[in-house]
Design a protein around this ligand. Sequence first.
Ligand SMILES: *[C@@H]1O[C@H](CO)[C@@H](O)[C@H](O)[C@H]1NC(C)=O
Ligand SMILES: *[C@@H]1O[C@H](CO)[C@@H](O)[C@H](O)[C@H]1NC(C)=O
Ligand SMILES: [Cu+2]
Length: 344
Amino acid sequence: MQILPLLFVSLISVFSSLSLVSAHGYLAQLIINGKAYPGNVPGATPTSSVIRQVSDISPVKGATNPDLNCGLSAQFAADVADANPGDAFQFDWRGGDDQNWPHNTGPMLTYMTSCGSSSCTTYNSSTSKWFKIQQVARISSGGPWAQEAVMEGFPANVTLPSKLAPGNYLIRHEILGLQGAVSVGGAEFYPACSQLKVGGSQTGGPTDDELVLLPGAYSDTDPGIYDPNVYDPSASYTFPGPPVAAFAGGDASGTSVSGDASASVSAAGSSSTGATGTGSSSSSSSPSNAQSVCKLQRKTTSLTSDDNSDSSLFITNSKTRTHKRRHTILSGLFRDLALVYRGS
Ligand SMILES: *[C@@H]1O[C@H](CO)[C@@H](O)[C@H](O)[C@H]1NC(C)=O
Ligand SMILES: *[C@@H]1O[C@H](CO)[C@@H](O)[C@H](O)[C@H]1NC(C)=O
Ligand SMILES: [Cu+2]
């Protein structure tokens, strides 16, 4: 008689502990032409890095939140990475507990700002002017969001503009989690800033009208931030913020992953309309399920299970727990189960 309720309770614990711990995430690593620069786990004692450490894996909420600049309470980082125009950048985003990035809905956008004549290590970018160098939405008209590949464990790819003038720069890679964007204020912003010293002898840069403040460039009611049609694969998508700077747009390589297509339908698709493709995963096409899961995730972010005890849940710092690969596999499985369960 009490078996069913018990089973129910243990299923809930399993979902909470495995699937829902890493509701959010952070930039774990930047890779430039194959060279890896690890970031710090949010909130952990910082080690030397080129990535500005944030205080928590949670998203920045609200388009005018000062933390939209470089992430939650972002700190200066001690190092800078050397880079050159045309370099291949890979942004390796992870969920909490080093699981895969948990979301697959919404675009990814990349901005840069100059730190001026000195190193970026102590450059406060809160009133800096940023320019956009790249953005991706759905990988093809009607297809999945590029972010889906990040959820599958792949890094996000960006090419440093081949005409970029040398100097000290921050590169700000941003994932927009739009799984809750059917409501105003539902968008999750995940910006991450990395410190660069760019070499070479190019002369390219943005024009004044391509420069924006962050926060400043977005509003909570922008069509690409409040998006009632976000789960409709055939709906058009309008990127928030300025267009990709013209000097960077010249770099568009034609690939969906590194293209700078601010207005290109075929590559990054600022207006991917019309297609009926079903390339998106089961979870991306189900708004109510995805939202329920995200709400559950928020509630249980600080809960995780004791591996040696099948039933107990206790509060721990999920961000500093050691890496457990098998959870990645299990969590994907349970996430799907949870979706089925929530949808039934
Ligand atoms: C940059 O300046 C802003 C505004 O004064 C401040 O809130 C923030 O903490 C500063 N950032 C760093 C990393 O010191
Ligand atoms: C980045 O490039 C790799 C290698 O081509 C690819 O497997 C991966 O899917 C790309 N990432 C995204 C987010 O598209
Ligand atoms: Cu999240």
